[in-house]
Design a protein. Structure first.
Length: 368
């Protein structure tokens, strides 16, 4: 039996090898049947025949394993000899995410203003009426409240105790600007420390069209110190815009305007030129078919706002400015519809987003 089985194993292929294994070592196999007879033998007989039967099983098991390994090695060698790998073919690029233009611009703003000594400050998106309006010189009867199209947060429960508690609490709103962060930053500073911050973040207003969305992103800047003038404000904005648009020919125009939290207030226009029938930021703003484009609101911080933040307005002055981050992204990177920023269309994001390998940086600093 041993000679017959080893001969069969030596000439078998992989499929036949499995049949031989079942024939010899399976539950009803020939070798298995011999092993079962050991239980009925006498001790003397078992001592004589046991080693022979166990030796048969081990020889067959070893021959099966050796033959299988040999056949698999031959199959692999044949496959390697028949297949080739073309190293000149381009590798498949795996799908990867992209950086949203808003996130990219936020990073650029933080980098530019860090070079100017500004820190980044944040605050809650659900604010009290006092922080969002009253502390910013917008009392309940002020007409400027109508300019903000505010979302008020209403109680969601009809339980009596919750309604009573809501009636005692100050009105809550989705912040209409990031200006409340200015008040919180002044309060945190204690009324006796210079402040230089920017406050980027989400804001909310009930408005929706090609250039407005109910939720949008805004950045505001605040400087509080002694001896601050409009000249400091203009230099800061001019330096910022030159670094952001990466052009030295940025020209600004400050137009008198009105904001309840600044006095005097100014809208900031930047000059643009016409290049290949498209508006490009930079240039004189008046000649060669160019013009002016509004990009920022700014002004000297109102005395009442300084006082609400805990500072003495007779000792401390400051300036503030604000603009839409989404609008800055549109101007710099060529988008024409704000609503697409929030549609969640992957095709749009692949077109306008930034991959991890080609995200533009402003590492050269504001003086570059």
């Amino acid at each position: 039996m041993k000679a017959d089985l080893l001969a069969a194993i030596g000439g078998a292929d992989l499929a036949r090898l499995e049949d031989i294994r079942v024939f010899a070592l399976g539950k009803s196999g020939r070798v298995t049947a011999l092993l079962k007879t050991l239980g009925g033998m006498s001790p003397e007989e078992r001592q004589a025949k046991g080693p022979v039967i166990h030796g048969l099983r081990e020889a067959v098991t070893e021959a099966l394993a050796s033959r299988k390994a040999s056949l698999e090695r031959e199959a692999l060698d044949a496959r390697l000899a028949g297949e080739t790998l073309d190293m000149t073919l381009p590798a498949d690029v795996p799908a990867s995410g992209t950086v949203h233009p808003v996130s990219q611009v936020m990073d650029e703003l933080a980098e530019i203003f860090a070079d100017l000594g500004f820190a980044v400050a944040t605050g809650p998106e659900i604010e009290t009426d006092w922080y969002n309006f009253t502390a910013l010189n917008i009392p309940e009867t002020h007409p400027a409240r109508a300019m903000h199209d505010t979302f008020y947060v209403d109680p969601t429960s009809t339980e009596r105790e919750i309604v009573d508690q809501w009636a005692k609490a100050p009105p809550m709103v989705l912040r209409t600007h990031t200006s409340p962060v200015q008040i919180r930053a002044m309060q945190a500073a204690g009324g006796d420390t210079p402040i230089r911050i920017i406050a980027p973040g989400r804001t909310y207003r009930s408005d929706s069209d090609a250039t407005h969305t109910p939720m949008f992103h805004q950045v505001e800047g605040l400087v509080i110190d002694k001896g601050i003038t409009l000249g400091h404000l203009k230099w800061t904005l001019e330096t910022f815009l030159k670094a952001f648009f990466e052009r030295d020919d940025i020209v600004l125009r400050l137009r008198p305007s009105y904001f309840p939290f600044t006095e005097p207030s100014a809208e900031v226009d930047v000059g643009y030129s016409i290049v290949n029938d498209k508006r490009v930021i930079g240039g004189s703003g008046g000649g060669n078919g160019g013009g002016w484009m509004e990009v920022l609101g700014s002004g000297m911080v109102h005395r009442k706002v300084i006082a609400a933040g805990g500072y003495d307005p007779d000792q401390w002055q400051g300036f503030a400015f604000g603009c839409g981050i989404d609008r800055l992204a549109m101007l710099k990177y060529g988008m024409d519809d704000l609503r697409a920023f929030f549609d969640g269309d992957v095709r749009w994001l692949k077109h306008y987003g930034f991959s991890g390998l080609d995200v533009p940086t402003l590492s050269g600093g504001v003086g570059a």
